[in-house]
Each structure stands twice: as structure tokens, then as C-alpha cells.
Design a protein around this ligand. Structure first.
Ligand code: GLC
Length: 427
């Protein structure tokens, strides 16, 4: 069996737990049209602030309700955007006034959040944006709302990026000491991307080496992601976004701890009118496929301006809740199998248990390569019913069975679960 290369941060619980919730929440929830709206619509910081900071009042914010939904869905950890690219801070930072305590709501949002999720038994992580479109020292670049301002280059002369890097170190230190997260998810770097002569940003701008050293000093075991542009430092977790790897993610040829992040629909922040919501089958298949490639999955919810989960998000969480209630053992503690999956199936494995996740229901027979003589017993996870390993002589006589194949004899009708799973106990 493949195992990922060792990490500095404590990833032991992480690779066991496999499934987490991402939460993107900030002032952009009020716009209800994507967390990038500030730059997409080229809104200047002062106007953005005037329009949204003065109106942020999530009167229905109840992090215990979020935590209950996450736990019911089978999620074991959560990562919240403490600050996204807009620069708004969800906690009472000493280094800015662009924060939750200066809204009509008037309260820190992170402490009650961390408490609520921990009370439900979930680990807590924080996302921190390296980009900041509101900070006066953040130089204008290709993603900045002022990128097309004819005076951009001139304006940049007054902006001192090293002061911004110091601001980030101060804020990250604050987050680590105030909330003791298990994961820090910094986002993102673009050192080679330029726009009209405006350079991108990477480790030289963020002072990533200093930031990294400080994080490790304050929180030696924290899980740190790979988006700080530090090619010579091993990240604890690699983070492919909105794609489905087809095999274990590798760095320099070695399998690594990795985590795919996905959205229920196309936006991370709450998006009222976006309509590409994934089907129940897609939701389950994303999770299964990820674990079958040795990875974790972080599924995102974008809460509304009122602080609630939108009914579509609740419905999608319900898909995970129903499936995970019966199939959790095929996810937790599981990884890529040593065996090859039959067509239209994925395999996960935990020791002597191999789980066959059937994505397209075949007619009566499943051919398991490499497993002849290896299976002691097979059963469905959703009802515990036995799946026979042998059938009638008349049936098998008519088939072409490749050497080494173990057959499973299935009911004609697909069981009434989103993705049926057969558990194989190895001899
Ligand atoms: C991206 C986006 C962003 C989102 C993140 C999640 O880099 O900038 O809005 O927070 O991915 O992975």
C-alpha cells in the first residue's frame, strides 16, 4: 500500500478523518454574487467598505447549527475564512478596523465558531488570504480592483509591501494565539503572473520564509498548506482545487498528503443566482474518488448575509448525511487500495477491508481483478446483506472470466442508495 511522505505538522488525525467542511464567509455574502466581486466589479476599497461593512449584520448567526449540520454530514474538521481577499476580518484584530466588531453586528465571529465546532467534536482550521484588496500597503497587481486605474504604477509607489507582510505576520500570530487552530490554510501566490507591467506576488512579497518560521515557532504541529510559494519547504498538505485527481497526488515523484477542495455550486461565497449545483451522485462520487486516490476532501458552504446555510446547501449536506450514516467506514481510516478497481467502480481500503464503490450499476456480475481467492466474505454496507461470491454453474459457464478474477453476484436492481458499497473482508 502507498503511504504519503512524512509531514512536519500533525497529519495523522487528518488522513484518518478524510472529510472536512470549508466555510467562505465575509462581507461578500451581502452581495450574494461571488467572493471575488470586489475585484470583478473593480470596487474601490472605500466604496466597498461603505456599502458592506456598515450593513454586515448576521442576526441569525448560530455556529452551533452549522456545527451540527457539519457533524451530521460526517465532516470531521472545518476551515473558516478568517480573512478572504477583500481584507475583512472575522475576528477583533488589533491591527485593523476592517473587522466584524466594527459592523452593526459588533462581535467577534471566530471564538463562538471555534467553540461550537469543537463542542461537536470537529477540529478547527482557519483560512487566511495572502491577498488583501483593502490594505493600503497591498500593491496593485493583476487581481486588484485598481488594476486598470491609469495611475496604478504611481499609486504603488506609496504602497509598501513589506509593511503589509508585517501586518500579515501580526494577524496570523493573533489567529494562532487566540484560536489555536489545527490547520492554517494560506491562499495564494502568483509570482509569475503579470498584468500591464504590474508584477504578481510570491514569497518575496509575503516574506513567506519569515511567516513560515513564525507559524512553526508558535504552532509546531499545525497543518500548513502549500500556497505560500515556498518551493524548498515541504508543505504538510497539497491542495488541488475544483479538480478530480485520477491518481495519488505526487510532489517530486513522492505521494503526499493532499486535500481536494470543492464547492456545492460554482462559487465559494454565497451566490444567490448561481445554478450549477452538483447532483447527489456527483457529491458522493467526489468524496469517494478522492479517498480512493489517498486524499482528503474539503467541501465548501457559503453562508448567507444573515449567517444561515442556504436551503440548497442544507440539502446537499443532507446527501452526505444520509450516505455517510451507512457508509462512513468506507471513508474514515481508508486510503487508496492495493487492488485494481473494476470498470465504473472505485476502491477504498482499511487493512483487511476493501470497499467497492459502484458508480454505475452493472447487470448481475462484478468482476474483481486480482482478487481470486482473496475474499472471505462480501456484504453491502447499506443493509448488511451478504453478496454471494459464487453463482450457478450455468451462469458462470457462459462467461469469459479473466484469470485471477473474483466474481460478485449482484441483485438486478441497484440498491436505493446514492452510491452502493460492497465491503470485502480479505482472507
Ligand atoms: C481560490 C480563490 C478563492 C477560494 C480558494 C479556495 O484561490 O481565490 O476565492 O477561496 O481558491 O481554494
Amino acid at each position: 500500500m502507498l503511504t504519503p511522505r512524512p509531514t512536519t505538522g500533525d497529519t495523522e488525525w487528518f488522513v484518518h478523518d478524510r472529510f472536512g467542511m470549508f466555510i467562505h464567509w465575509g462581507l461578500y455574502a451581502l452581495s450574494a454574487r461571488h467572493e471575488w466581486l470586489m475585484t470583478a466589479e473593480k470596487i474601490e476599497a472605500a466604496l466597498y467598505r461603505e456599502r458592506y461593512l456598515s450593513r454586515f449584520n448576521p442576526t441569525h448567526y448560530d455556529p452551533r447549527a452549522w456545527a451540527r449540520s457539519a457533524r451530521a454530514a460526517g465532516m470531521k474538521y472545518v476551515i473558516l475564512t478568517a480573512k478572504h481577499h477583500e481584507g475583512f476580518c472575522l475576528w477583533d484584530s488589533a491591527y485593523t478596523d476592517f473587522k466584524a466588531t466594527n459592523t452593526p453586528y459588533g462581535q467577534d465571529l471566530i471564538a463562538p465558531f471555534a467553540e461550537a465546532f469543537r463542542a461537536e467534536g470537529l477540529r478547527v482550521g482557519l483560512y487566511y488570504s495572502l491577498l488583501d484588496w483593502s490594505h493600503p500597503d497591498f500593491t496593485i497587481d493583476m487581481y486588484h480592483p485598481l488594476r486598470d486605474n491609469p495611475d496604478a504604477a504611481q499609486l504603488n509607489k506609496e504602497r509598501v509591501i513589506s509593511r503589509y507582510a508585517e501586518y500579515m505576520r501580526n494577524q496570523v500570530a493573533e489567529l494562532l494565539t487566540n484560536f489555536a487552530p489545527d490547520i492554517l490554510w494560506c491562499d495564494f501566490s502568483y509570482p509569475t503572473e503579470t498584468y500591464n507591467g504590474l508584477p504578481g506576488k510570491g514569497r518575496a512579497d509575503w516574506k513567506s520564509d519569515q511567516l513560515h518560521a513564525m507559524i512553526r515557532r508558535l504552532s509546531p504541529n499545525i497543518i500548513l498548506n502549500n500556497r505560500m510559494d515556498l518551493p524548498d519547504v515541504r508543505a504538510d498538505v497539497y491542495t488541488p482545487e475544483q479538480i478530480q485527481p485520477t491518481e495519488w497526488v505526487r510532489v517530486e515523484g513522492e505521494p503526499v498528503v493532499w486535500e481536494a477542495c470543492h464547492t456545492f455550486s460554482g462559487s465559494w461565497g454565497y451566490h444567490r443566482d448561481e445554478d450549477t449545483w452538483k447532483s447527489p451522485e456527483q457529491l458522493i462520487m467526489l468524496l469517494v474518488n478522492t479517498v480512493a486516490c489517498g486524499g482528503n476532501m474539503l467541501m465548501n458552504v457559503g453562508p448567507t448575509a444573515l449567517g444561515t446555510f442556504d436551503p440548497r446547501a442544507e440539502q446537499a449536506l443532507g446527501v452526505y448525511r444520509d450516505w455517510m450514516a451507512l457508509h462512513g467506514e468506507a471513508i474514515y481510516g481508508c486510503t487508496q487500495s492495493e487492488f485494481t478497481a473494476p470498470p465504473d467502480c472505485r476502491l477504498t481500503q482499511n487493512g483487511d477491508k476493501v470497499y467497492v464503490h459502484i458508480f454505475a450499476w452493472p447487470f448481475k456480475h462484478l468482476h474483481l481483478p486480482e482478487m481470486d481467492g482473496r475474499v472471505a466474505y462480501a456484504r453491502f454496507l447499506h443493509d448488511g446483506s451478504e453478496v454471494p461470491l459464487t453463482g450457478s454453474e450455468w451462469e458462470t459457464r457462459q462467461m469469459t472470466i479473466r484469470p485471477g478474477t473474483q466474481l460478485l453476484f449482484l441483485p438486478v436492481r441497484k440498491p436505493d442508495v446514492t452510491v452502493p458499497v460492497i465491503e470485502l473482508t480479505l482472507k
